[in-house]
Write a protein that binds this ligand. Structure first.
Ligand code: NAD
Ligand code: TDX
Length: 396
């Protein structure tokens, strides 16, 4: 039996990961550590918290005493650190908390995980890892900086490598806007306070791996989307605003490109890395789904309108007239400061080493996501009931 300690599991990806592993593995125990910031919501994992295999600790990852207590009370096998301040726009407003949570919180977890390790020395006196907690840091493609957009329209993404081709098989709609991709060998080059803090965290994880030979891995993924995504981020914000008949704020010209990864595909990748990857390796996890922001917004308008037209139940959640759902809602607003142009990941390493690929194509994933929001408006109302409205009024 394995015991997972998952931080940040009341947030978007962490909650999806918790749901995924509870279904996937019968014989596990899970300790959820989350301080429940504005982005954390216990309602998201209320069913999972009833599961006798799950224990919840409302604790801040920066709290040295409490994190030490949790490690001493439990025999932890795996730590997966999702807990972070995650929103780029908020990091531009207030960088401090990003450095504190994302860097110092990570170091606190590592320090405590380290205590469980049996470390012996090799013939040269260097430490050799024997057994103890395995640590996985959930990082981001944003640590690599920004790529250029070489095409104005998407072109078909061609995979040359025969081994990767075999893994990716018949995945539909592989799209790209450029010729360059981030690989694990890319130097890091963060541009925003958020990505700088995530890079700092990655460096401290690598440092503990190299210095103390600790069993760590880092995953760097592209933009996730799917159920339970907090409505300050592009996709859920647009869905929410359309349903309320509000303007859709698109930054700059709307031509920045992101690579979109369906959250469940990401969760599968994380669990594989945790259980099967070589220690101290970094893995990029990408969606092979590049798209311009403006096209995402238009696609959401089209899908929402179609779903609502075809389903009377969905129409009940609409707070405006159906004829208002059109492209006139789009409003171009001032660009994000230092707005990275394009992120694109080459996931060949994880495909080759662990036979993972992003199974969900964007058309399928975004339709599932839109329908989930239409069917889960109670969840949306619950998560925006706190400080969300103040933030929204300040931003837009
Ligand atoms: P999120 O903002 O939805 O959730 C973060 C969770 O962490 C919340 O439950 C919050 O309460 C908790 N948390 C924050 N500070 C904490 C602290 N000091 N102590 C304990 N808990 C704390 O974030 P997300 O989108 O689910 O992202 C999860 C991780 O994945 C983050 O590390 C993020 O950097 C990374 N990531 C996210 C994406 C994405 O597209 N969402 C992409 C790449 C990487
Ligand atoms: O209102 C908006 N209008 C808009 O045009 C918002 C909220 C965003 N945007 C643009 C900015 C980005 O180019 O849409 C794109 C996506 O924005 P976000 O959803 O804020 O995501 P991003 O900044 O790309 O970062 C996300 O992916 C990488 C996550 O929030 C990070 O945690 C992750 O590391």
């Amino acid at each position: 039996m394995k015991t997972y300690l998952i931080t940040g599991a009341a947030g978007f990806i962490g909650a999806n990961f918790l749901k995924y592993i509870l279904k996937k593995h019968e014989d596990i125990k899970v300790i959820v550590v989350d301080s429940l910031t504005y982005a954390g919501n216990l309602g998201t994992i209320k069913e999972e918290l009833k599961d006798s295999r799950v224990k919840f600790e409302k604790v801040d990852i920066r709290n040295r005493k409490e994190i030490e207590r949790i490690f001493s009370e439990n025999k932890v096998d795996y730590v997966v650190n999702f807990a972070a301040e995650s929103h780029v726009d908020r990091s531009i407003e207030n960088p401090q908390i990003f450095l504190e949570t994302n860097i110092l919180g990570t170091q606190n977890l590592l320090d405590n995980a380290k205590k469980s390790w049996t470390i012996s020395k090799d013939e040269n006196g260097y430490p050799v890892y024997r057994e103890g907690v395995k640590y996985l840091q959930v990082s981001t493609d944003e640590v690599y900086g920004s790529l250029s957009k070489d095409y104005d329209e998407p072109i078909d993404l061609i995979i040359d490598d025969e081994d990767v081709k075999k893994v990716v098989k018949n995945r539909k709609n592989l799209k790209t806007y450029g010729d360059k991709f981030f690989t694990e060998e890319n130097p890091v080059d963060p541009r925003s306070p958020y990505s700088a803090s995530k890079t700092g965290a990655d460096h401290i994880v690598i440092a503990y791996g190299e210095t103390y030979k600790l069993p760590i891995n880092i995953t760097r993924c592209s933009n996730n989307y799917g159920p339970y995504h907090f409505p300050e981020k592009l996709i859920p914000l647009m869905i929410k605003n359309i349903l309320e008949g509000k303007k859709l704020p698109v930054y700059g010209k709307g031509d920045n490109v992101r690579d979109w990864l369906y959250v469940e595909d990401h969760c599968k990748g994380i669990d594989l890395v945790l259980r099967e990857a070589k220690l101290r390796e970094i893995y990029n996890i990408g969606g092979l789904n590049e798209e311009k922001n403006i096209n995402i917004v238009k696609l959401i308008i089209d899908i929402l309108k179609e779903e609502i037209t075809n389903n009377d139940e969905y129409r009940k959640v609409l707070k405006t007239d159906i004829s208002n759902i059109n492209y006139d809602l789009i409003t171009y607003v001032q660009d994000r400061l230092g707005h990275d142009m394009r992120y694109a990941i080459n996931p060949s390493k994880i495909a080759k080493d662990l036979s993972w690929y992003p199974e969900t194509d964007f058309e399928t994933g975004i339709r599932k996501t839109v329908k989930w929001y239409l069917e889960n408006q109670d969840w949306v109302n619950e998560v925006v009931s706190g400080d969300y409205q103040k933030y929204y009024d300040r931003m837009y």
